[in-house]
Design a protein around this ligand. Structure first.
Ligand SMILES: Cc1ncc(C[n+]2csc(CCOP(=O)(O)OP(=O)(O)O)c2C)c(N)n1
Ligand code: SF4
Ligand SMILES: [Mg+2]
Length: 301
């Protein structure tokens, strides 16, 4: 970690998060008060204190304001196309089972255009962590309604209020088979950091939804104040309920927010299931890729 030179020649210590950031890409694109940067800070701190081998950790984003995250993180990072972060991550993991693969993207990217990939990766228990920043709209493209926009909230494409039922994302992930499901807000920095640490250490499809303010396009149009006021709203209206039935944690416009760890269970991840099944079926005739063979030899009894 280096030092930052001020204009008057005083040196100040660098931010502790810098080691895992691509400082050459800063300043970032996010608006003042946007919650995405806070989530990144939690992410970096979680990785720094985790036992992950960061040389074998990759981050993949789709397109959107949140989709810029991968480009700012100093890991093997991939900024892919809209909605395709999960299939890209699936391919990375299939080709190199030793990798820890983390997908970091927006609610629109992962559950609208990318919704099919999301449900099937959870169903197959593809081995990856998905971190989804839910600002309840398509931020980058002008505040259009997303599959997460609460009923009655206003968006650029819903000027008289939204009438489409939104997804309850923890329930979606849970019912499709995710092994770890949690929700926090950008206000809950310590809980979120801990959750990221837990999720990345889990085998299989782990999922964290993070509610984060988009003051520029969501809060302003809905007259909810600036980023700070949204954070105060999260503080005053969140209730921690670990183990809550995910059916009961859907979100209403400016209603109570249930946060916590909802699901933590074990299921065989996709590649291990494939390996075991083909091995059992074909015996010595089954020739896995060298990477999968070596992964199994090192990581399983
Ligand atoms: C195939 C395709 N369709 C549409 C777009 C335009 N587009 C870019 S980002 C985006 C929405 C992003 O929303 P979200 O994932 O919620 O990210 P946010 O900006 O809110 O963080 C859309 C529709 C695109 N880039 N590619
Ligand atoms: S438009 Fe919204 S989500 Fe995008 S950077 Fe600005 S505040 Fe954040
Ligand atoms: Mg969004």
């Amino acid at each position: 970690m280096g030092e930052v030179q001020l204009f008057d020649d005083r040196a100040v210590p660098a931010n502790p998060a810098e080691d895992l950031l691509r400082i050459d890409r800063i300043p970032h694109i996010w608006c003042p008060g946007c919650g995405i940067g806070t989530t990144v800070n939690c992410f970096v701190r979680a990785l720094e204190t985790s036992t992950l081998d960061l040389q074998k950790t990759a981050i993949v984003s789709g397109i959107g304001c949140t989709g810029r995250v991968a480009g700012y993180i100093n890991l093997d990072s991939f900024h892919t196309t809209h909605g395709r972060a999960i299939p890209f991550a699936t391919g990375l993991k299939l080709a190199n089972p030793e990798l820890k693969v983390i997908v970091y993207s927006g609610d629109g990217d992962l559950t609208a255009i990318g919704g099919n990939h999301f449900i099937h990766a959870a169903r197959r228990n593809a081995d990856m962590t998905v971190i989804l920043v839910n600002n309840m709209i398509y931020g980058m493209t002008g505040g259009q309604a997303a599959p997460t926009t609460p009923l009655t909230a206003t968006a650029s494409t819903m000027p008289y209020g939204n009438y489409e039922e939104p997804f309850n994302l923890p329930f979606l992930a849970d019912s499709c088979g995710a092994v770890y499901v949690a929700r926090w807000t950008a206000f809950h920095v310590r809980h979120l950091t801990k959750a990221i640490k837990e999720a990345v250490q889990k085998k299989g499809f782990s999922f964290i939804e993070i509610l984060a303010p988009c003051p520029t396009l969501y809060s302003r149009r809905n007259k909810l104040g600036d980023g700070m006021e949204q954070m105060q709203f999260y503080r005053d209206n969140s209730e921690i309920k670990h183990g809550a039935d995910t059916k009961s944690v859907g979100l209403d416009f400016q209603g109570r927010i249930i946060v916590g760890k909802f699901v933590d269970r074990e299921r065989k991840p996709f590649q291990e299931a494939m390996f075991d099944h083909l091995n059992k079926h074909f015996g010595n005739l089954y020739v896995p890729s060298e990477e999968l063979r070596s992964y199994n030899a090192k990581n399983r009894n």
